[in-house]
Design a protein around this ligand. Structure first.
Ligand code: ATP
Ligand code: MG
Length: 564
């Protein structure tokens, strides 16, 4: 894995974004000794491209300013969380090229401490056990325009609250029968301050703590305090938490926490033609619209990895979109551009015939095999040269031959010449058809002495096409992917994002032929199949039977062309 040695923002001398400015000022003015950030995923799903933005920001800032970034699993909702997600998230962060500081952390590591802080609030008269059920609590909460009403239990004595909270903890009270709430202000304009719930009864086991707890802290009660425990200086989150910041600050001010972290918000990433809601992604998986969280069409980090996207291209994308406080929609074409740009520079070249058509070279000696050589990459000497066996029979793509064609068609035409890439010029003489009238073979001739040079008779080939030896090649399956959604904002039209699924997002081609230099291709490695696009060897599907290559991305942006 490549280590990121220098933050690209610094290298490119781009103007700093507002988070960088805050960090720089805090360091210069001595408000903090060093920068500590954290990335706090909830282990209730796989990470997606939006999380990549948050990862690049949190880890990137720590790196740029010589600080540390923690990986903390925000695991306060045991019903939806699991160890599978914990492992997947660790894998994804590492693959993106980042290393967390010290051990992995879990909010659940702090449950004892959080519990004693809840008791501290009760003792200070700042928290109480409330018996309102969910419906009643909603009614008492008020609205954006109307203040709430005090709970009938708001003035319970400290002793009564302590006893009831202990009963909650001991499992003596039913789920939903009561909760612990902070006593702040039911008339606060900010609804988050209207006596928010800080502990709920949930009689479920937890993936980390087992059956130790049957009460769990709310996100708001857990998050800032966990930041304080870890010495996080800058707690960077997305804008939907802006309204929670006063509550974050209230807890930090009213509890004897060991440090005073601060929260900062930035705009989340929205990508067109993509959904980045864990709930919707889970629905796609659970209802079988895709093969799993790592289906190559998914915008999950594991899906993009399986598709052949590289960590460099994702980091570069996150760098380009920048960090602001205004919500916007990013064109998925920008992500695709970053992928293409990286693969163009780094992917070794190869030839693969997706829809094979046999070409017999009638004047080429039977049994003769020449070992031709081609570059691994047009401008990368460090990528190994490939050996291309050339014999009497080759495969070309069915799309690359026509009996008749106009001048625009720069491929093989009956009676005309074309160059086989890295090999000879050939001329087509005859098309052989089956009973259904389909062309099943082309008879052609090799024009002698044309490797690397034009024919001596001055009749130039019309174009260059790719090919693979019929004698020596590898059979493979090709999976052509397209965007998973047809609508720019899936579901915007009628509220149902499933209606926007592109029915042609996966096309499987069997019996493709790829050159033998890919014999030892490693799973997850990406090649440019010349004239076809970038393809990645699929680890899972290649385990048995023919290798499977996923199309990472086409060579050019076909969507941009279509919409022009
Ligand atoms: P949930 O609805 O389950 O809370 P979530 O997408 O917020 O989903 P978290 O696991 O809580 O998932 O997210 C971890 C971190 O990633 C949070 O700090 C969150 O703000 C950030 N994050 C999530 N989605 C995006 C996004 N689209 N763009 C930028 N950051 C994001
Ligand atoms: Mg969240």
């Amino acid at each position: 894995m490549t280590e990121i040695t220098e933050n690209a923002a610094v290298k490119a001398e781009k103007p700093s974004h507002f988070i960088q400015n805050i960090l720089r000022t805090d360091l210069e003015e001595g408000n903090v000794a060093s920068v500590v950030t954290r990335f706090p995923p909830e282990p209730n799903g796989y990470l997606h491209i939006g999380h990549a933005k948050s990862i690049c920001l949190n880890f990137g800032m720590a790196k740029q300013f010589g600080g540390a970034c923690n990986l903390r699993f925000d695991d306060t909702n045991p019903e939806k969380e699991s160890d599978e997600y914990v492992e997947a998230i660790k894998r994804d962060v590492t693959w993106l090229g980042f290393a967390w500081d010290g051990e992995i952390r879990f909010t659940s590591d702090y449950f004892d401490q959080l519990h004693s802080w809840a008791i501290e609030l009760i003792k200070a008269g700042k928290a109480y056990v409330c018996d309102l059920n969910a419906d009643q609590a909603r009614e008492y909460r008020g609205t954006l325009t109307q203040p709430g009403k005090n709970s009938p239990n708001r003035d319970r004595s400290v002793d009564e609250n302590l006893a009831l909270f202990e009963q909650m903890r001991a499992g003596e009270l039913e789920e939903g029968s009561c909760s612990l709430r902070a006593k702040i202000d039911m008339a606060a304009p900010n609804i988050n301050l209207r006596d928010p719930i800080i502990y709920r009864i949930k009689k479920v086991d937890h993936h980390q703590t087992g059956d130790k707890w049957c009460i769990y802290p709310s996100y708001d009660f857990a998050h800032g305090q966990s930041d304080a425990i870890e010495g996080v200086t800058h707690s960077i989150c997305t804008l939907e938490f802006e309204d929670h910041r006063p509550l974050y600050e209230w807890f930090i001010a009213n509890i004897s926490v060991p440090a005073k972290p601060k929260q900062y918000e930035f705009a989340r990433l929205n990508l067109n033609y993509t959904v980045t809601s864990k709930r919707k992604l889970r629905q796609l998986v659970e209802e079988g619209h895709v093969e799993g969280w790592d289906d190559p069409r998914m915008p999950t980090i594991s899906g993009m990895r399986r598709r052949g996207y590289t960590p460099e291209s994702l980091r570069n994308f996150c760098e380009r979109i920048g960090v602001t406080r205004s919500d916007s929609m990013v064109d998925v074409g920008m992500l695709e551009y970053c992928v293409r740009d990286d693969l163009d520079k780094n992917a070794p070249r190869a030839m693969c015939v997706l829809r094979p058509l046999k070409v017999t070279l009638t004047n080429y000696p039977e049994g003769k095999i020449e070992r031709l050589v081609a570059a691994g990459h047009p401008n990368r000497d460090d990528l190994a040269e490939r050996e291309l066996p050339f014999g009497k029979t080759v495969f070309i793509d069915v799309e690359d031959f026509r009996e008749e064609a106009n001048k625009k068609y720069k491929r093989l035409v009956l009676g005309k010449r074309v160059r086989l890439r890295n090999a000879y010029v050939i001329e087509a003489d005859e098309a052989i058809k089956n009973d259904a009238g389909e062309i099943i073979e082309v008879k052609a001739r090799v024009i002698e002495n044309t490797i690397g040079v034009d024919p001596e008779d001055g009749v130039k080939p019309k174009g260059v096409i790719h090919w693979v030896s019929a004698d020596e090649h590898i059979e493979c399956d090709i999976r052509l992917y397209d965007r998973l959604f047809n609508e720019e904002v899936p579901g915007a039209a009628d509220g149902d994002f499933l209606q926007a699924i592109n029915p042609d997002s996966l096309q499987i081609l069997r019996g493709a032929k790829v050159e033998v230099s890919l014999r030892d291709a490693q799973p997850a490695s990406v090649y440019q199949f010349e004239r076809e696009g970038y393809f990645c060897l699929d680890e899972q599907h290649s385990k048995e039977g023919a290798p499977v290559f996923n199309r990472t991305i086409s060579l050019r942006d076909s969507w941009a062309k279509m919409s022009q």
